[in-house]
Write a protein that binds this ligand. Structure first.
Ligand SMILES: CC(C)(COP(=O)(O)OP(=O)(O)OC[C@H]1O[C@@H](n2cnc3c(N)ncnc32)[C@H](O)[C@@H]1OP(=O)(O)O)[C@@H](O)C(=O)NCCC(=O)NCCS
Length: 174
């Protein structure tokens, strides 16, 4: 699947039924609709976006921050849409926003067994810096703690520009 006509916009209350469907499809410990609502109801330290492909909500990303440190709280792409660059575009959008807002570094937790997501994050400069043992209570899986540093640096800007250009190239060749 390709996503040439992907649109990313702010997550709103009206999106939450579809967001919840994607979350239930993906997560063994799904966020409730109420939690998403609480998150998007906060202003000033939250950034939540949804991705639409041909009018269908196919993914979302959430980010919070304290001072100049951000935390990716959630990221999901509906399975039928995996591999089309939607996760990458959502990350590009959120990290680009963070960089422009003066946020310096960004962290996240990812399941130790979730190599797909870890590869995605590594392409964006995230490095593994530690482990939270048995962090996920459904199966006691460890969480890998990853950080991306200096989001506004030339190095990170050009990394993101390279990813964006590659995605653009993929879209055009479809
Ligand atoms: C992790 C996740 C968000 C990735 O979303 P995605 O939309 O599939 O991500 P992308 O398409 O940008 O990148 C994934 C793969 O597709 C490939 N890809 C990206 N764009 C592509 C394109 N246009 N054509 C072909 N392949 C492409 C990438 O190279 C990447 O390959 P890899 O798996 O070998 O690293 C998604 O798998 C998901 O929702 N997983 C479950 C929830 C989850 O793990 N969330 C993260 C929790 S920390």
């Amino acid at each position: 699947m390709s996503a040439p006509d992907l649109k990313i916009e702010a997550m709103r209350r009206r999106h939450l039924a579809a967001v919840e469907r994607v979350e239930l499809e993906l997560s063994a410990i799904p966020w409730s609709r109420r939690l998403f609502l609480e998150e998007i109801s906060r202003s000033g330290d939250r950034y939540y976006r949804v991705a639409f492909c041909r009018r269908e909500l196919v993914g979302f990303i959430g980010m919070m921050w304290v001072a100049d440190e951000a935390h990716i709280t959630n990221l999901g792409v509906s399975k039928v849409a995996w591999g089309a660059g939607i996760g990458s575009r959502l990350l590009l959008d959120a990290l680009g926003y963070a960089s422009g807002a003066g946020i310096k570094d960004c962290t996240l937790e990812v399941r130790a067994g979730n190599l797909r997501a870890q590869r995605l994050y590594a392409r964006f400069g995230f490095v593994a810096v530690g482990v939270r043992r048995a962090y996920y209570h459904d199966n006691d899986e460890d969480a890998i703690i990853m950080w991306a540093y200096d989001l506004a640096s030339e190095r990170e800007r050009s990394r993101r520009a390279g990813i964006a250009a590659a995605l653009e190239g993929e879209g055009k060749s479809d």
